[in-house]
Design a protein around this ligand. Structure first.
Ligand code: ARG
Length: 454
């Protein structure tokens, strides 16, 4: 925006570089909402008459209708959404429109628009995370009979309820959901009335502005008010953490869909084929979730880096704060929706999951625990169980099919009840602590989630 002090026009490439209308047009709703509240404030300050306020609000409604219907002519000459709306308003209502910007700066205006936007985006994200959680809990509910190996180092470790594995992701998602709610709270402070940087000179009632715009509190320092973008970083961090979780979930699902694992089959809704290999059904949705994590984390790092060298207060660098947030908002909502469909349409292959429990000596700790319960020190029992695994390897059998005589040749304390103790059911049942994989514990967690997500 240039006043009468300029003699020459802007260079074409500078105009393009300087303009943000290409992306900040996305703020049009927030901008109009903010302008109406501002105009009402100007009435109370005696700057506008009741008639002028009415003209302005009517004009802003007209502008909103034009934007909504696609007839609005966005201009790069006018730089950004704020000037585009104000200029059109003045065309429509004349002098009253020219009074609207009294005591206001685009600096407090854009900070207000952005906070309103992030508040909504974070709330929307928390709701979308909740929906994905519901979908995961529903699958966990119907798969309580399914057992898979739990892995450490991606090596088979111990049997675990498949539901327990799924609910681990629900824990992560609940933390994400809460982070988004927290990010919405961080954005919930009104900077309007901070002016360009030192405050308003027309005695504007900021408390009233806050209330009209539905903010929970007011910024207490005008310099901070126009230059603080922490709330955008908070949103981007919540989104980055979410994407890291979704990427890990995706990686598990990708593994499960391989011929090597074969634990699940994905629906046609969320998979794609190969242009060359007819047999392929690729887990693209998961790969995209994993791949898009980089760009969301990149937006967080981008904004932090943009902020780190800025002196107080507003600097044009801050115009770079928006595109990453917009892209993140679109990306996470897109991914959350597709993954919810993926989870709902995923089929578990019970033959493959139960087959995966065989042959990996998953019972070895159970063998050691059995001896430990008979009073043998764990270190010694651990060593003896290792001897049983070795014997199985020599004979080419599994731990449950090694004969009692073989066990007894290793330690006389082994008896017939060993086989129940090291069965899959036995191995799950004894993990009966809060957070453990015993069926009763998993059922308790399922109840907890169903209650929480109602
Ligand atoms: N388009 C600008 C932004 O996004 C609006 C604020 C510009 N303020 C200024 N004094 N040039 O940050």
């Amino acid at each position: 925006m240039r006043s009468g002090r300029f003699e020459k026009g802007m260079a074409d490439d500078m105009r393009s570089l300087n303009a943000s209308i290409g992306f900040d047009k996305r703020f049009w709703r927030e901008d109009i909402e903010g302008s109406k509240a501002w105009a009402r404030g100007l009435l109370d300050s005696g700057i506008l008459s009741a008639e002028e306020l009415e003209e302005i609000c009517g004009g802003l409604d007209k502008v909103a209708a034009e934007i909504e219907s696609g007839e609005f002519n966005f201009s790069e000459e006018l730089e950004d959404i704020h000037m585009n709306i104000e200029a059109r308003l003045s065309e429509l209502v004349g002098t009253a429109g020219a009074k609207l910007h009294t005591g206001r700066s685009r600096n407090d205006q854009v900070a207000t628009d952005f906070r309103l936007y992030v508040k909504r985006a974070a709330t929307e994200a928390s709701e979308a995370v909740g929906k994905l959680m519901q979908a995961v809990v529903a699958v966990a509910q119907t798969c309580q009979d399914v057992v898979i190996p739990a892995y450490t180092h991606l090596q088979r470790a111990q049997p675990v309820a498949f539901s327990h594995h799924l609910l681990a992701y629900v824990e992560m998602l609940e933390r994400d959901r809460r982070r988004f709610l927290w990010a919405a709270e961080q954005a919930d402070t009104c900077p309007l009335g901070s002016g360009a940087c030192v405050g308003n000179q027309f005695g504007i009632d900021r408390e009233k502005l806050q209330e009209e715009l539905g903010f929970g509190s007011l910024t207490a320092n005008s310099l901070d008010g126009v230059s603080d973008r922490d709330f955008a970083c908070d949103f981007l961090y919540a989104a980055s953490m979410l994407m890291v979780h979704l990427s890990r979930f995706s990686e598990d699902i990708i593994l499960w869909t391989t011929s090597e694992f074969g634990f699940v089959r994905l629906g046609d809704e969320v998979t794609s084929g190969s242009s060359m290999l007819p047999q392929k059904k690729n887990p693209d949705a998961c790969e995209l979730a994993r791949g898009k994590t980089g760009r969301v984390v990149g937006h967080l790092i981008g904004l932090l880096t943009c902020l780190k060298g800025l002196p107080l207060s507003y600097n044009k660098d801050l115009q770079e704060d928006k595109e990453g947030v917009f892209d993140t908002h679109d990306t996470i909502l897109g991914i959350l929706g597709v993954l919810a469909t993926l989870v709902k349409t995923m089929e578990v292959n019970r033959e493959r999951t139960s087959g995966s429990l065989e042959g990996g000596y998953l019972e070895a700790l159970g063998v050691a625990d059995y001896l430990t319960r008979k009073g043998i020190p764990f270190r010694e029992a651990h060593d003896l169980a290792g001897g049983c695994v070795k014997r199985c390897e020599e004979l080419g059998v599994s731990l449950p099919s090694l004969s009692l005589a073989e066990y007894q040749s290793i330690h006389a304390g082994f008896e017939e009840d060993l086989f129940d103790a090291i069965s899959v059911e036995g191995a799950l049942a004894d993990k009966d602590v809060t957070g453990g994989t015993a069926p009763g514990q998993v059922a308790l967690q399922l109840e907890r989630w169903k209650e929480l997500l109602k």
